[in-house]
Design a protein around this ligand. Structure first.
Ligand code: FPP
Length: 256
């Protein structure tokens, strides 16, 4: 299978990584930023097209105040410190998620990152911040409903493509591969619509231990997957039908 165009990552396990070392959870988040930096650099060098990180979910506000403050501070520090370097590396930055309830300084930094890197043609780095897929879909549905109510939109013309075009990810390819670290096996409200045909990989290591080598192993595992997008591949179909298997085997050039 060809290489993934778009990889999305749920960075999980920062807290457990820190606790296992007798450190405060904030140390895990700081170490997590180092992993993120290393993966962004690696993806840029290896020519990946799209890379999305789930950095802060719309549900993360329910964490203790101190931890929320720390995560917001890390995002701000990341943009202030790394933006110039990412721009030099031709990285194009977009941010998905609800902006309205973010403070003006955070909103300003997100706009600054997007504006500065708008014309860049290298890695497309997407940061999901204050993001929740149900919230994203709700905002999109509300917008379409307003257009229907105003007579600007015929309900019959609402299609999957129109819904996609109204999501925060409008214009981005769907993720081919979604990786979650820490061994947890769930999506946690991440890219629910866009993940319709994504491959999933759940890796046991905690996010701060996720290295470019593990990233490459994940891509290798993806290459061995059989993506059918709701169809069948010829070999699978043929297993159920000996006649077709003979045809497929012959066309493979293998004597039967
Ligand atoms: C999950 O670990 C991780 C998060 C909720 C936040 C991830 C954020 C960063 C790595 C840093 C901030 C992002 C940017 C873009 C600078 P957890 O705390 O849920 O870990 P646990 O499940 O072990 O408790």
């Amino acid at each position: 299978m060809s290489d993934p165009r778009h990889i999305a990552i749920i960075m999980d396990g920062n807290g457990r990584w820190a606790t296992a070392r007798g450190l405060p959870r904030s140390a895990g988040h700081r170490a997590g930023v180092e992993s993120l930096r290393a993966i962004v650099h690696h993806a840029g060098v290896t020519g990946l097209e799209w890379l999305t990180f789930f950095a802060f979910s719309s549900e993360n506000w329910s964490r203790p105040d101190g931890e929320v403050r720390e995560l917001l501070a890390l995002l701000k520090m990341f943009i202030r410190r790394d933006l110039a370097d990412l721009h030099r590396k031709n990285v194009h930055i977009s941010v998905i998620g609800e902006r309205d309830n973010l403070s003006a300084d955070v909103r300003g930094l997100l706009v600054e990152a997007e504006t500065l890197t708008r014309a860049n043609t290298g890695l497309n780095l997407v940061i999901a911040f204050n993001y929740g897929a149900r919230d994203e879909l709700t905002r999109a549905m509300r917008r379409l409903a307003i257009d229907v109510a105003a007579g600007r939109l015929d309900p019959q013309s609402i299609s999957a493509d129109l819904i996609s075009a109204n999501l925060d990810t409008s214009g981005m390819p769907d993720p081919d591969l979604i990786i979650r670290t820490s061994g947890e096996m769930r999506l946690s409200n991440f890219l629910l619509w866009q993940a319709a045909y994504a491959e999933f990989l759940f890796v046991p290591c905690m996010w701060p231990d996720f290295t470019p080598a593990v990233f490459e192993e994940a891509i290798e595992a993806y290459r061995s997957r059989d993506r059918r997008f709701g169809g069948v591949n010829s070999k699978q179909c043929c297993k159920e039908s000996p006649e077709l298997l003979a045809v497929a085997t012959a066309s493979d050039g293998v004597a039967s």
